[in-house]
Design a protein around this ligand. Structure first.
Ligand code: ATP
Ligand code: MG
Length: 291
């Protein structure tokens, strides 16, 4: 029977072993990224606030893409962000996730984590998950394996093929399968899913990381009406446990989510409120709805 200890150590493993028992304990994580514990420092949400974006500005070649942006997302809230093309919606997500650094302002996760002092990986580990528009699932692997690979914790690709899942980990996968409505498709190859199902699988993969804040950019582009309804239901069910920020152009979809809506215009918040407040706001009608 072959066991892990019988395998000849690789150069990296030798380097870790050379550091001695104590060194091994402290350095293993640096040497083997897949052994790195998923860091999820406690986010201080005692003020019921998950995200603070305050006075944020960023310019690209003198053009102010984000201009004194203020945005507050409550714990467990589902927020929709709308706005015309070029309003700065994606740039705002780039700033929150550390992809773009602002020229001015503050961005905090809870009241204790200064996101401007963290890099992209640290921000992701702290509990912010981002869903880009295009689904990026592993097409040649099953739905189940996609979720397994995305699992939070000291597992990685390497361990997935060596170690068996424990009961709790299986439960986590079952739970997410149920939530994203792909229980019956769990053995299918992800490549055989419909466009909508791939989007849900990717949301499921984000959920395996147990994020506190989910950022979702244009989730329903290219979906059928039925898939859109199902997506609205899914995002609503995620709120409460997670804070969810959804950027979307489709007004019927935004209306169906029925959450607080923030209108961005020229990198600044133009209006905020319920969908009916927004629709009757003259400033919004002027710049956004073109009336
Ligand atoms: N890296 C960059 N370099 C230069 N300009 C940029 C960069 N990123 C964004 N911009 C500009 O900033 C503005 C805001 O773009 P952004 O993509 O954030 O808009 P958006 O609200 O997401 O639009 P859409 O609804 O079309 O997705 C645009 O004018 C865009 O061209
Ligand atoms: Mg965009």
């Amino acid at each position: 029977m072959s066991t892990m200890t019988e395998t000849a150590p690789t150069a990296l493993e030798k380097a870790a072993l050379k550091a001695g028992p104590l060194g091994e304990l402290t350095r293993r994580n640096e040497v083997f990224s897949f052994l790195k514990p998923q860091e999820n420092p406690l986010i201080d949400t005692r003020h019921n606030m998950m995200l603070y974006v305050e006075g944020v500005s960023v310019s690209f070649d003198g053009f102010k893409a984000i201009n004194d942006l203020n945005l507050y997302i409550k714990k467990g809230e589902l927020r929709c962000i709308i706005g015309p093309n070029g309003a700065g919606k994606t740039t705002m997500m780039d700033i929150i996730t550390g992809k773009t650094r602002p020229d001015a302002g503050q961005v905090w996760l809870g009241s204790n984590l200064n996101l401007l002092k963290m890099d992209e990986a640290e921000i992701a580990n702290a509990g912010i998950g981002r869903k880009f528009q295009k689904p990026t699932v592993f097409e040649a692997l099953s739905v189940w394996t996609n979720l397994e690979l995305a699992m939070a914790g000291p597992r990685g690709v390497w361990q997935t093929f060596r170690a068996r899942l424990n009961g709790e980990q299986r439960d986590d996968i079952e739970y997410v399968l149920e939530l994203i409505g792909l229980k019956d498709q769990q053995t299918l190859l992800a490549g055989n899913l419909s466009h909508g199902q791939k989007q849900w699988l990717e949301i499921g993969m984000l959920l395996m990381q147990k994020p506190k804040l989910l950022l979702v950019d244009e989730p329903v582009a290219g979906m059928t009406h039925q898939e859109m309804d199902r997506t609205a239901e899914l995002l609503r069910s995620l709120a409460g446990e997670h804070s969810v920020v959804v950027v979307e152009h489709d007004m019927d979809f935004v209306r169906s989510i029925a959450s607080t809506v923030t209108v961005l215009h020229q990198g600044h918040v133009l209006a905020e409120g319920s969908m009916s407040d927004i629709q009757s706001n003259p400033k919004v009608r002027e710049v956004y709805l073109g009336q």
